[in-house]
Ligand binder design. Structure first.
Ligand code: HEM
Length: 149
C-alpha cells in the first residue's frame, strides 16, 4: 500500500511540477505586467511543492527499497544520470530563487519589483522543464532494468 501511494505521489509531483515550471516560464515571457508577476509567484510556490514531494517520495523509494534494493539504484548509471539532472535543476534554481524571494519582499512592502531578471527566469524555467522531461526518460529506462551494467 505504501509502495503504491509513493509511486502515485511521485507521479503527481511530475504533474504539478512540470505544469508549474512551464507556467512560471510563460508568465515571465514578453511584456511582464503586475498580474504576470502574481501568476509567476503562484506557479513558483507550486514548483516548490513539487520539489518537496519529489524529494520525499523519491528518497523514500530509494532508501526503503519499496521497488528494488537501494544498491540497484546506486549502481545503475541511468539512475545516477537522473540524479545528475536533478542536481542541475537545483543549481539552475538558485538564481531564480534569490530573485523571486526578493520580488516577494518588494511586493510585501507594496513596491513593484525590478523586472530586469524576468526574461532570464523565463528562460531558466524553460530549460528546467526540459530537464524534468529528460528525467522522466531516465526514470522509465532505469525502472526497467536498463543501465545496470
Ligand atoms: C524532477 C524530479 C523527478 C522526476 C521527473 C522523476 C520521475 C520519475 C518517474 C516518471 C518514475 C517512474 C518510473 C517508472 O516506473 O516507469 C520515477 C521513479 C522513481 N524515482 Fe523519480 N523522479 C524525480 C525525482 C526523484 C528523486 C529526487 C529521487 C530520489 C532521490 C527519485 C527516485 C525514484 C525512485 C527510487 C523511483 C522508483 C523506480 C522503480 O520503480 O524502481 N526520483 N521517477
Amino acid at each position: 500500500m505504501t509502495r503504491l501511494a509513493l509511486a502515485a505521489l511521485h507521479l503527481v509531483a511530475l504533474g504539478i511540477g512540470l505544469g508549474a515550471v512551464w507556467a512560471r516560464s510563460r508568465a515571465l515571457r514578453g511584456d511582464v505586467q503586475p498580474a504576470d508577476i502574481r501568476r509567476a509567484l503562484t506557479a513558483d510556490t507550486w514548483w516548490g511543492v513539487a520539489a518537496a514531494l519529489w524529494l520525499v517520495t523519491g528518497l523514500w523509494r530509494l532508501l526503503a527499497g519499496t521497488e528494488k534494493p537501494t544498491e540497484y539504484y546506486l549502481s545503475n548509471h541511468v539512475f545516477l544520470l537522473k540524479m545528475g539532472l536533478f542536481v542541475a535543476i537545483l543549481l539552475l534554481e538558485i538564481g531564480a530563487m534569490k530573485t523571486l524571494t526578493a520580488w516577494r519582499r518588494h511586493l510585501a512592502r507594496g513596491e513593484t519589483p525590478p523586472l530586469d531578471r524576468a526574461r532570464r527566469i523565463s528562460t531558466v524555467s524553460a530549460i528546467e522543464a526540459a530537464l524534468v522531461v529528460a528525467m522522466v526518460g531516465a526514470a522509465v529506462i532505469m525502472a526497467r532494468g536498463l543501465g545496470s551494467h
